[in-house]
Design a binder for this molecule. Structure first.
Ligand code: VTB
Length: 333
């Protein structure tokens, strides 16, 4: 196997596309069925099966939950054949379970792999996030800066009025103040029902996606996966855990959970590099079609997928369209 000195095995870049392809196909079989849990489970099963075939000693650092709450791909689970490099793995087998269940745009199967220790072990709680694409001066985004100032600097740097800036925000009541502030500043907002990994990635290609900046709080695991993607394409991102957004659980419990996962200071602001260190590879396959990727298309005895796979070390971004004619042989039928 071709090993790049001091980095991840290059072959892994292609191998992990199979992992997200399998998860996407399994989930897409159940798209539009109103069955969030079923689609998620199908994606998890498929992803785990394919991960088991990789020549890695992988440890899940971002997964389906803690060992006692998730039977598969739980945090700390060892995956792979047990031979090969030690790597950390972050997975979201079905990002956007509800959008898949409703057959709405932008459900994805997602994975990131880094050298051991390269990904932030983020607990399952909210994270405040802010992200922009490449080409902007450092320092525009900061979770502690007023959003009006950020939008005005962003517009200046882009060479356009603020009204031509579009922010992407999860459509949640907790974002009401943020939404008002962005609109007051004159920018437009694309409200999304779920799927903030795609939301962050959109910022890297505003000409195509119409999104300049991602703002708001979403899942911390999704934050790390988004940071891994941005690390590959370029851009800036900050994240900060936000235990107080959860009102269903006691705050001290969440803070204790974070401490257990190696995060002593819950208020720490993480940069993109803090969340995903070099060398990291990221793969996402579309489950339902959206602005990032086409979803899985079934045509009787064959299926087609679209995947974006990228690597931070080289900045390579590959888009892979795959036709599967052997779904039954693979056990993906
Ligand atoms: C986001 C989004 C996910 O969770 O992280 C969001 O990317 C945050 O949680 O697709 P809330 O739904 O509680 O706001 C998802 O929507 C998955 O549920």
């Amino acid at each position: 196997m071709a090993i790049v000195k001091g980095g991840l095995d290059r072959v892994l870049v292609l191998e992990i596309t199979r992992v997200t392809e399998a998860a996407a196909i399994a989930a897409a079989r159940l798209r539009g069925q109103g069955n969030n849990k079923g689609a998620d489970k199908a994606a998890v099963d498929a992803m785990r099966r394919e991960l088991g075939k990789l020549a890695i000693r992988g440890k899940v650092v971002i997964g389906e939950g803690e060992m006692d709450e998730a039977p598969m791909l739980y945090i700390g689970e060892e995956v792979g054949t047990g031979e090969g490099p030690r790597v950390d793995i972050a997975v979201d087998p079905l990002e956007g379970t509800t959008i898949c269940a409703k057959d709405m745009p932008n459900a994805l199967a997602v994975i990131a792999i880094s050298e051991a220790g390269g990904l932030l072990n983020a607990p399952d709680m909210y994270m405040d996030k802010i992200a922009i694409g490449p080409g902007y001066p450092e320092g525009i985004i900061d979770l502690d800066r007023p959003v009006q100032d950020i939008l005005s600097d962003l517009a200046k740097a882009k060479g356009c009025p603020v009204r031509e800036i579009t922010a992407c925000i999860l459509d949640r009541p907790r974002h009401q103040e943020l939404i008002e502030a962005v609109r007051k500043a004159g920018a437009g907002i694309r409200l999304i029902p779920d799927g903030d990994i795609a939301g962050v990635i959109w910022t890297t290609d505003p000409t195509q996606t119409g999104i300049d900046i991602y703002l708001g709080s979403g899942g911390a695991p999704e934050g790390v996966l988004a940071a891994a993607a941005l690390r590959c394409i370029g851009g800036q991102m900050q994240g900060r855990l936000s235990p107080e957004r959860h009102d269903s659980k006691e705050r001290p419990e969440l803070i204790a959970r974070a401490a257990k996962m190696g995060i002593p200071d819950i208020r720490r602001k993480y940069s993109m590099a803090d969340m995903a260190a070099d060398d990291v590879i990221f793969s996402a396959t579309g489950v339902t079609s959206g602005s990032l990727l086409e979803g899985v298309r079934f045509h009787g005895d064959f299926a087609e997928t679209e995947t974006v796979v990228m690597r931070s070390k080289t900045g390579t971004v590959r888009r892979i369209k795959t036709t599967f004619r052997d779904l039954d042989i693979k056990g993906w039928g």
